[in-house]
Every structure is written in structure tokens, then in C-alpha cells.
Write a protein that binds this ligand. Structure first.
Ligand code: ATP
Length: 301
């Protein structure tokens, strides 16, 4: 046991010496530094989770654990191999994820970071009108009645550009007729999801991330899983109309509410219309941690 601690200590010292880590003196600047690093770290993780880099990230964690074990037991050949492939690996990653990295940098450039930080008064603004709520409720139940499948995502504070880009631009004021028309079977825009921003339909035929939550019923098809998936990575609200049963469901905060009535849907939309932006970010973080905990519990059972 002592051997392991000694090796870990040596490992720690060698990291310190080799990489020249800064000494930490706790002061106001350090607190700001910790906040900035946490913010960056959170956003990099969020980016990884929302792209195909997620599985790769999990693979890298397994490899790192493997290398750490090799370091502890001083398996020099494995360490030599890891050391020599590291640089090549980094270059390979940059090449493989070049489209994702380019998009992430583009996003950074187009985001109004200072504006977002200082626009505190924006939190009380209503995001869409009462008319939009009426049109959404009307369209959902009209489509349910004739069993037309639909998937409508209403964006909130967290922007869904990554998913909007996968669809076809619409940019039109929402109306029940427009939504019914979009989801009409055998028409070019009916497949996939519609994404709404404020009172406008931004895009149709969008591809959403599928939830891999183990807590969801096995009977759920991909339309419902996609609705939960987008609610796990954002603060959006998604309306699902089942093509099979005509039932209307609502997905938000990683949860799905099945077979809801018009009053329930209206209440959720009203709540979203007036909710505070910053509170939802904390809610999202809390929810992710809870979901991860639930999944681990379910996997253990
Ligand atoms: N990842 C996705 N993003 C957006 N739309 C999707 C996605 N996956 C599936 N869909 C939509 O869902 C449709 C397939 O629905 P499917 O029958 O598999 O799901 P379901 O949950 O059983 O829904 P339903 O009750 O309407 O049959 C696809 O034709 C497509 O329009």
C-alpha cells in the first residue's frame, strides 16, 4: 500500500516539476480565476456532451485511468507507448473533430457574451406571446385528433443553433395552420422536429439528440426519445404528438409528461413564457447531476 502512495507522490512531483504548475495563493484574483476556469470547463464539457466527441471523451477517460494504473505499477513499456502516441493522438483529434471545433469557435464569435452578462433586465421579458401559446395548443390537439405525428421544440435561454442547422430554414410567424401544414404526412418538411424561437418557427426537419436515459420506458420510440434528449441538454420545452395514438406529451427538464390535456400544456407554456432565465441554468445543471445519479442507480439494479 505504501508503495502505491509513494508512486502517486512521485507522480505528483514529476507532474509539478515537468509542467511547472503555478503556486496557488488564495486571493480575490484566484477566486475570479477559479470562476473563469469553472465556466470554461463547464462549457467545454457541455460542448463535448452535445457533439459526437462524448463517446470519445469517455474512451479517453478509460485510457487515462489505464495509464494511471500503469504509472502506479511502473509498467514502463506501456508508459513509453502512451508518451509516444500522445502528441500524434492530439493532432489526430484536431483533424477528426475539425468541423465541431470550427463550429464551436464560430459560436463563440457570434455569441454576445458581454451582452448576456449584463442584460439582467431581459430576465423578466415574456419570450412569446399569448397568441403563440393559443396557436401551439390548437395545432397540437388538432394534429392529435387525426394522428399526425409532430415534434415541436420551443427554445428558451439556451440556444439551439446546433440543431437548427440540421434542418431547413423556415423563419415564419407561428400559426396553427403553419404547424399542421409542416407535419402533414408525405410533405417535404414533415420529418424531424420544428424548432421555435419566440413567436417564430425557425427551422423544420431538425435532427435532435436522442436521450440514452435508462429511466425512460422501453416502449418509447425515437420521436419521444428525441424530445427528452433535447430537454436534457437545454431548457427548452418540447411538444410531441404521437402518430400512433394521437396523444400529446410534453418534455422538459429531462422528463416526459404523457397524454397531457390542453390545460396542462397551456400551464407549462405560460410558466415558460415568464420564467427567469438565470434560474433555469442552475436548474439544468442540477437536473443533469440528478439524471446521472438515477442512471447509475438503475444500472446497478
Ligand atoms: N432524433 C430525431 N430528431 C428529430 N426527429 C426524430 C428523431 N428521431 C425520430 N424522429 C421523428 O420521429 C419519427 C419516428 O417516430 P417513431 O415512430 O420512431 O417514434 P415514436 O416515439 O414511437 O412516435 P409515434 O408515437 O409518433 O410513433 C421520425 O419519422 C422522425 O420524424
Amino acid at each position: 500500500m505504501n508503495g502505491i502512495f509513494e508512486t502517486l507522490q512521485m507522480f505528483n512531483e514529476s507532474i509539478h516539476n515537468n509542467y511547472n504548475l503555478p503556486d496557488i495563493h488564495i486571493g480575490p484574483t484566484d477566486c475570479v480565476e477559479i470562476l473563469i476556469i469553472s465556466f470554461l470547463f463547464y462549457h467545454v464539457l457541455l460542448w463535448i456532451k452535445n457533439t459526437r466527441a462524448w463517446n470519445l471523451f469517455k474512451g479517453i477517460i478509460v485510457l487515462l485511468i489505464f495509464v494511471l494504473v500503469a504509472a502506479i505499477f511502473q509498467m514502463n513499456t506501456i508508459l513509453w507507448l502512451a508518451q509516444n502516441t500522445f502528441n500524434v493522438g492530439v493532432i489526430a483529434l484536431v483533424i477528426i473533430f475539425q468541423p465541431e471545433l470550427r463550429r464551436a469557435l464560430e459560436n463563440l464569435g457570434t455569441r454576445n457574451i458581454l451582452g448576456n452578462l449584463f442584460s439582467l433586465n431581459k430576465t423578466d421579458e415574456a419570450k412569446f406571446s399569448d397568441r403563440t401559446i393559443d396557436e401551439l395548443v390548437k395545432a397540437s390537439y388538432a394534429m392529435g385528433k387525426v394522428k399526425t405525428g409532430a415534434l415541436i421544440v420551443i427554445e428558451d435561454d439556451i440556444k439551439l443553433d446546433e440543431y437548427i442547422r440540421t434542418g431547413i430554414d423556415v423563419d415564419a410567424l407561428v400559426s396553427s395552420q403553419l404547424l399542421i401544414n409542416i407535419f402533414e404526412k408525405n410533405t417535404p418538411l414533415h420529418d424531424g422536429a420544428v424548432i421555435m424561437r419566440g413567436d417564430r418557427v425557425v427551422s423544420a426537419t431538425c435532427y435532435l439528440p436522442l436521450s440514452d436515459s435508462l429511466t425512460l420506458s422501453k416502449d418509447l420510440g425515437t420521436r419521444h426519445r428525441a424530445a427528452v434528449g433535447v430537454s436534457e441538454v437545454s431548457d427548452s420545452l418540447t411538444i410531441v404528438v404521437s402518430e400512433e395514438t394521437g396523444k400529446v406529451s410534453v418534455a422538459m427538464r429531462g422528463q416526459i409528461y404523457h397524454n397531457v390535456d390542453a390545460d396542462f400544456l397551456r400551464d407549462k407554456l405560460k410558466y415558460m413564457q415568464n420564467r427567469n432565465h438565470e434560474a433555469t441554468r442552475l436548474e439544468l445543471l442540477k437536473r443533469r447531476l440528478l439524471n446521472a445519479k438515477k442512471d447509475t442507480k438503475k444500472a446497478d439494479e
